[in-house]
Design a protein around this ligand. Sequence first.
Ligand SMILES: [Zn+2]
Length: 574
Amino acid sequence: MKKLFVLTLSIFVISVFSVVTVIAQNNNSGNDNIGKIIANKTEFHFKFSITSKEEISKLTTIISIDKVVGNQVYAYANQAEFAKFLQLNYNFQLINSDINVDNIKMLDNLNSKQIDAWDAYPTYTTYDSLMTRFQLNYPNLCRTFSIKTLTSGRKLLFVKISDNPDVTENEPKILYTSSIHGNELSGYVLMLHLIDYLLSNYGSNSRITNIVNNTEIWICPLANPDGAFKGGNSSIAMAQRYNGNNIDLNRNYPDPQAGQHPDGNAWQPETMAFMALADSIQFTMSANFHDGSELFNYPWDTWAKGHADSTWWNYVGREFADTIHLYSPSTYFNDMGNGVTNGYAWYTITGGRQDYMNYYKHCREVTIELTSGQPPAASTLPTYWNYCYHSFLNYIEQGMYGIKGIVTDSVTGNPLKAKIFIQGHDMDSSHVYSVLPLGSYFRPIYTGNYNVTYSSSGYYSKTINVAVSNKSSLTKDVKLVPLYVNIQDIEDNNLISLFPNPAQNTVIVSFNKNTVENSTLELIDVCGKCIYRNTITSKNNIQTIDLSGFAKGIYFVKLQKNNQLLSVKKLIIN
Ligand SMILES: [Zn+2]
């Protein structure tokens, strides 16, 4: 182990040395101070030019690109990443990302009147107390959870807001998290403000009451507390983008294109805790708030190809940006032309949480860049709140629209996990699932006419046609018929009748010929084995089955068409 340690250390020394050398060359000053600066730096912020957008595909696997403006790339790197970047011989400029302490008023007293102004950054300790106080002040609406205590002792805190906070309801679950990049902190305060706004307006503001009654809202204002409070719990003055291990958490997720560990790093504690949460709760829609630009960035980040729901994404993004523009100067929230972009069209990344949530978790997650400041001056936070909060509410409400319902077993009535797939539309995991314990599903979608197929292992699939409109929801509760097990008579239609029943040597099956044309009639034994099969045409709407070769017992007469079950009747042979 010791040998390995020495080796690792020497690689580190070499990489620091090469960083110092190249920076010295790059700056032409050869200044001795640079060595000190580098040795003390865990994170580099820099910019450089590219000649072709194609270069980004390679660069994005080496450094953490923050934004691309024209041919200028702004990026971050830890020591190891920066050493790799230097080998590419780009002419770069270091950016001083020190935070101006005059701008970042800290809130360190929960009892201060100042808290209602939401114009200061809470210290870590104040934040922790504030999150706890939401539940204490609103016990009927709010629960505060920690999903992970990091080795620093800092916690990944969430509030859940619901009119029945201890119950899993048949409601879409909406997730907001902010500041996965520890120095992008406007959303940290704006999310705290949003929690307060939702809780304090419930019961008096009809829009908020409707939202809280019909959704379950999860909010994590600070997804990277170790990055934000890198310099200690009392100030964000030393905030950095990466986490306590100097890893970019928003490049640390499984990626649909690049696989399980696209950044070459182990999953970080923050990543694992969040993935466990996303495994246990099926979020319908989510947003991850950043700073550095001003735009709504929808999937995919990793693929040039469009998302199946690109039309819907663009519509929801436009609503978000256009609503902001109603309340803000025209200069705000219009990066990439008009404030809305497909991720890849801006610049590609791998390992981002957005693509992970969309591809692996069947959630609609967007990346929202709130301000150009990193972080913005505390005094400007109430202004950003006024620009943005209507859009925060719009986005939550979009989770209530589209196709929704409950999928159950037609025989037992038990809720089912089923795949809900839109024919000719869904691709790249854009389908959703109904989830237990309720069998509930939510499928936001753009206005249109869709054929929706519900399928579950051990059940006949069912396809229905639906017409949905934007800003409204359509409830479709679906019962799936089991393939073989526990089939009792299904008396929900009159498509076939059996005579006599119980039968001896023959049974006469009569059909409603309009519906059953070109369907298949089967006789199934109790083990599920098909022992007789015939195709029904419109000409033979009465059929006699010879039972003389079959043992006494219980059988099922099934009628199906195009792989969908039309009817099942129990037949007894005695
Ligand atoms: Zn960011």
